[in-house]
Design a binder for this molecule. Structure first.
Ligand code: FES
Length: 187
């Protein structure tokens, strides 16, 4: 059993802002049902670039629901400029922390937000730039490098906690270790 904070439990049992936002003008989707977690984020942005409403639909565990609920609460009322700076740590901090094995849920929130903002601005985010390292979860080397740099990850276990990469068949673990070594050496 995971050790969840009261805030995580509260946002899981009574999630805020659930469902499709009919008049959304930005949508960001991440994850896939095949990996067990998926999130669709809806934003309503006004003419001055402020998020006036945000809702979500998710398929996932308690932390995925709580992280998505927290994300919508954090960004409502924010300008897009400020929302762009939201990190997965901000989502986790808002919830009083997440079990380290569940950090990928907050990462999913950050990714959905990034995609929704790009959608609003009409920017096409290139699907999956980089080379796919983990085929089980479709995670690329660039995503792994970004997670290592942003969160100071030092082991493949930590990468799995943040991105799920390596948490399936394990064939990619050696390559993940190499990426960690290179990223740490470059720092
Ligand atoms: S290829 Fe990464 S866990 Fe299977």
């Amino acid at each position: 059993m995971w050790d969840y904070t009261d805030k995580v439990k509260e946002h899981f049992l009574n999630p805020k802002n659930v469902g499709e936002l009919k008049d959304a003008n930005a949508v960001g989707e991440t994850g896939s049902l095949s990996c067990g977690d998926a999130l669709k984020l809806f934003l309503k942005v006004n003419d001055s670039g402020r998020i006036v409403d945000a809702t979500f639909m998710t398929f996932g565990c308690a932390s995925a629901v709580a992280s998505s609920s927290a994300l919508t609460e954090i960004i409502k009322g924010m300008t897009l400029e400020d929302a762009e700076k939201i990190t997965n740590d901000d989502i986790s901090d808002f919830l009083g922390g997440l079990p380290k094995e569940k950090m990928h849920c907050s990462v999913m929130g950050q990714q959905a937000l990034k995609k929704a903002i790009a959608d609003y601005k009409g920017i096409q985010i290139m699907e999956k730039p980089g080379e796919v390292v983990c085929e089980c979860f479709n995670i690329t080397d660039l995503e792994i490098i970004e997670a290592i740099r942003d969160n100071g990850l030092e082991s493949s276990d930590e990468v799995t906690n943040y991105l799920k990469a390596g948490g399936g068949c394990g064939n990619c673990l050696e390559r993940i270790d190499e990426i960690i070594e290179t990223a740490v050496a470059e720092n």
